[in-house]
Design a protein around this ligand. Sequence first.
Ligand SMILES: Nc1ncnc2c1ncn2[C@@H]1O[C@H](COP(=O)(O)OP(=O)(O)OP(=O)(O)O)[C@@H](O)[C@H]1O
Ligand SMILES: [Mg+2]
Length: 323
Amino acid sequence: MEISIDLGTENLLAAAGGKVLLREPCLLARSLSSRAVLATGEAAAQMLGRVDEDIEVIQPVVAGRLADPEVAALLIKRLLSQVLDWKSRLWPRLFVAMSDTSDSFACQSLFQALRPARCVAVPRALAAARGAGLPVGEPRGQALVDVGAGSTEVSILSMHQVIATRSLQVAGQALDEAVRLHCLHAHELELSLQTAREVKHRLGFAVPERAQGSFSPWGRELVSGLPRQVELNALEISQALQEPLGRIARGIQQALEHVPAGLAADLVDQGLVLTGEGARLKGLCDHLQQTLELPFRIADQPSTCAVLGALQAKSSASLVLAS
Ligand SMILES: Nc1ncnc2c1ncn2[C@@H]1O[C@H](COP(=O)(O)OP(=O)(O)OP(=O)(O)O)[C@@H](O)[C@H]1O
Ligand SMILES: [Mg+2]
């Protein structure tokens, strides 16, 4: 059996046979004293912020980088065992979408810890490009911008190869933090990061002129320390997002400065394709288009491109990095 995996800062996805098998928060909760695994995925996310000194909730991928390969392997095994018979003698072959900038030592540790399953690393940008339906085998250049939670990765592809990748440490979580800081300064209201994310999803517009709507989240009032609900409008939230969005645009610009001149014209012709769930921020495409004066478009299913494309990418041996 062949299964593809996309390990992200916030989300872990697995797919087989062209279908997404699982999609869970990339989190594992463990007892500090006994080291026993208490929960994984969504159940572990429920434990975030809970006041129990014996529980640690571990995020094995931080800012787009594999920080704890052993925990990542444990999480993959546990989550996969919920959707397939992991203990059967037929160990699946795992195709793991890995960033070109990821640490190969961490990658090897992950694969060791996943034994006896056999693992293959597939360059994530190629996987995402295949999943987005881009003609990556052609000599033309293609540009892909994956906006995740912890990182934004800009990749240039041509002839089945990742010609250049640049990873920026600013993505969805930086937007959540901007929402949180805005609420602290403008309303003296402390939001949890989960609530800040929900506010971003509801009220975040990358182009403030289009912002509409309001939402009243619960947070903690700084002065009294009590739970309070404050009405937020989309305009203030969208304005708060402009600073990190500016950093994303500048990072993309810097990444494109290194593209060989011969490919640069192709990028304008083809347009730059956005993948990653962060691409769902309303108006992001238009914001980037206006700021950088380049054509952008969002892939059809931006959040599943990498996991679905990883199995397509593996069919061409030249796409596989290591086994
Ligand atoms: N509707 C939405 N509007 C804005 N942002 C969204 C929306 N839906 C999801 N997101 C954001 O997308 C991000 C998660 O994207 P994704 O699952 O691609 O990241 P990841 O793969 O876990 O992270 P990374 O690739 O950086 O390691 C989160 O920051 C989340 O808040
Ligand atoms: Mg990702």
